[in-house]
Design a protein around this ligand. Structure first.
Ligand code: F3S
Length: 300
């Protein structure tokens, strides 16, 4: 019987950075707000609330408090408006997301119609779209949504948590309809390595447990990858894990999204060992889980 964690599971560089910036803000100010959840993990958002960092969903609710810009970024007009307010601004936008926004601005200034591959309702994509100037922009998530027309020139950007296979499929079908095609692969490295290591572990497992916010795009992507290969369950916390999922399974695989805190991964691991009748003391660090590999804090 094995229980293994996919390499590169849990917090990515951008999320660690956002949480650190929020922690510094909590020490400096008695109360701070984030426009929307700072990351897509409800348990972490609750944890931050206990430190005086409140998620609000409207600029009208700022009430003079310092504002943290979440890792997914916010729309350009909202950012410009916030800059006119007399409140401290802490920009925790992930540098990968800022980089996509810069590409959107530059490519639209160069006259490229744009295709953004992603979920049109996701805050990162909504924000990214706001950086496209007057140009045509299409937000699509599959080959079926490619516009049925010809382009003299066309540029492609992606939501940072997209799947590289989807990007490849869409680009393949765009080549015949665009005379000039510029593709910027804005999928972040943290996403790619999580998807690769999860794919590999899922191939070697009898069941996969994906841990992360159900509102987290990158977590849901890991779930999609696993469920094509093996029986897979998506949970936010250990309370949702059912021992019956593990019966007759020899190789249990765990993976976690880029916004899943270590403590939740540890709780799930301990619940699994309890389900399996292990009498050992529970572990306290994610480093104790076989397969864990620490990721560099440096931008990848
Ligand atoms: Fe940034 Fe990629 Fe994480 S975009 S927030 S490093 S998943």
């Amino acid at each position: 019987m094995t229980i293994r964690l996919a390499r590169n599971s849990g917090f990515c560089f951008g999320v660690k950075r956002a949480i650190n910036l929020a922690g510094e803000a909590a020490e400096k100010y008695p109360e701070t707000v984030t426009l929307g959840p700072i990351i897509h993990n409800p348990q972490m958002v609750t944890n931050l609330e206990s430190k005086g960092i409140m998620a609000i969903d409207s600029i009208d609710l700022i009430a003079g408090r310092p504002v943290i810009i979440r890792s997914h970024g916010i729309a350009k007009e909202k950012m410009r408006f916030l800059e006119t307010l007399d409140v401290p601004l802490i920009d925790a936008t992930c540098p990968y997301v800022s980089s996509s926004q810069l590409y959107a601005t530059q490519l639209s200034q160069q006259g490229y119609p744009l295709i953004i591959i992603g979920n049109k309702d996701h805050p990162e994509v909504v924000a990214l779209q706001s950086y496209v100037e007057e140009n045509e922009v299409y937000i699509i998530s599959s080959v079926a949504e490619i516009p049925r027309k010809k382009f003299t020139k066309l540029a492609v950007l992606c939501q940072t948590t997209q799947n590289v296979t989807t990007l490849q499929e869409i680009v393949y079908d765009l080549i015949p309809i665009a005379k000039e095609l510029r593709v910027i692969n804005t999928i972040c490295t943290a996403t790619t390595v999580r998807q690769q290591s999860t794919f590999q572990l899922a191939q070697e497992s009898d069941v996969m447990i994906v841990i992360g916010g159900k509102n987290s795009s990158n977590t849901r992507m890991l779930y999609q990858i696993c469920k094509k290969l093996v029986v897979t369950h998506l949970i936010e916390t250990s309370d949702e894990l059912e021992c019956s999922w593990l019966s007759n399974k020899q190789n249990i695989g765990l993976t976690a999204g880029a916004s899943t805190p270590d403590w939740i991964i540890v709780e799930v691991y301990n619940k699994i060992t309890k389900c399996l009748g292990d009498k050992e003391e529970p572990i306290v660090n994610v480093e104790s889980i076989p397969g864990y590999k620490e990721e560099s804090n440096a931008r990848q």
